[in-house]
Ligand binder design. Structure first.
Ligand code: SAH
Length: 313
């Protein structure tokens, strides 16, 4: 791997391989290539007939993929959002044939470690936070234009920030003196506005999470992508999602539950389970990293893997 582009230690590797239940001649989709940590181990399990289609929104991740796997005929990479899942899978001729699809949500270590991307409150940099810097508005642009009410709402809804109101007011006060353009500047404002601290959590964690979700439409995009998953999977094909905070995990859990339940009918209509046409069944319960992995790779501490399987029609 090209160290110049940064390293990323993949989480729950064995659990992902088991969950994907890899057939050597199968078709797999990695919706969040990152630095190819999962892609690499999937490719190792695939035979010559297998295929791995990878997607990433971040042009830097796509460049890393091209460096790493350009010569592997089983591998293809597409730059774009996983909201384009259905059309990308169609382009590659895999509709209804996908044996496993993986989402490893959030940001990669190289994204976090690059101060210039603005994802980290530990490193001073421009307050950007876009996963694809070629499009959309930056966190700074949004934060300097939004109303106090909008800011408070975003911090509350996407950060589950207890002091959303106070932090929003502090942001407005600060911005009246000078625009908020740097990560450190924002982190300091949040620290000063937070009356108490959570254990092992920097006070700005929730604010940064909220802005990242907003700027990248993370929850909307995940919903949109999940709604396309059943159509791309082969019967028996697997959906795996690794999430890193409770908002994402709740969304995934509900999606699997609703798909496992099938069509919504009023409760009082007598109808059999098969007539409800469930599309997925949950495979096991939520999977967390082992203590050993958590101590080796801090990113795995909050990781939660959920698995579902497409029900044969
Ligand atoms: N599994 C990877 C790490 C993934 S990190 C590895 O082992 O190397 C998450 C990646 O998802 C990041 O590279 C980020 O750019 C990408 N990403 C986030 N949202 C996305 C979206 N909506 N569409 C496509 N890629 C996205």
């Amino acid at each position: 791997m090209d160290a110049g582009r940064g390293e990323h230690t993949p989480v729950l590797v064995q659990e992902v391989l088991n969950g994907l239940n890899i057939h050597p001649a199968g078709v797999y989709v990695d919706c969040t290539f990152g630095r190819g940590g999962h892609a690499e181990v999937i490719l190792k399990r695939l035979g010559e007939e297998g295929h791995l289609l990878a997607i990433d929104k971040d042009p830097e991740a796509v460049a890393a993929a091209q460096d790493q796997f350009a010569s592997d005929g089983r591998f293809a990479i597409e730059q774009g959002s996983y909201t384009m899942l259905l059309s990308l899978v169609q382009k590659h001729g895999h509709i209804g044939n996908v044996d496993g699809v993986l989402f490893d949500l959030g940001v990669s270590s190289p994204q976090l470690a690059d101060a210039g991307r603005g994802f980290s409150f530990d490193l001073d940099g421009p307050l950007d936070m876009r996963m694809n810097r070629h499009t959309g508005i930056t966190a700074a642009q949004w934060l300097n234009a939004a109303t106090q009410h909008e800011i408070a709402e975003v911090l509350h809804d996407y950060g589950e920030e207890r002091y959303a109101g106070r932090v929003a007011r502090a942001i407005i006060d600060a911005r009246n003196t000078s625009p908020i353009t740097r990560t450190r500047q924002l982190a300091n404002i949040v620290v000063a506005a937070s009356p108490t601290r959570e254990r092992n959590k920097h006070p700005a964690t929730r604010t940064f999470q909220a802005l990242r979700i907003l700027i990248n439409r993370e929850l909307d995009d995940l919903n949109e992508a999940l709604s396309q998953v059943v159509r791309i999977l082969a019967p028996g094909g697997r959906l795996l999602v690794i999430s890193f905070h409770s908002l994402e995990d709740r969304l995934v859990k509900r999606f699997i539950r609703d798909q496992a339940r099938g069509d919504a009918y009023p409760q009082d209509i007598p109808i059999t389970q098969t007539a409800l046409r469930p599309t997925l069944r949950a495979v096991g319960r939520v999977i967390r990293a082992t203590e050993e992995e958590k101590s080796r790779n801090p990113r795995s501490r909050s990781a939660r893997l959920r698995i579902a399987e497409k029900i044969a029609a």
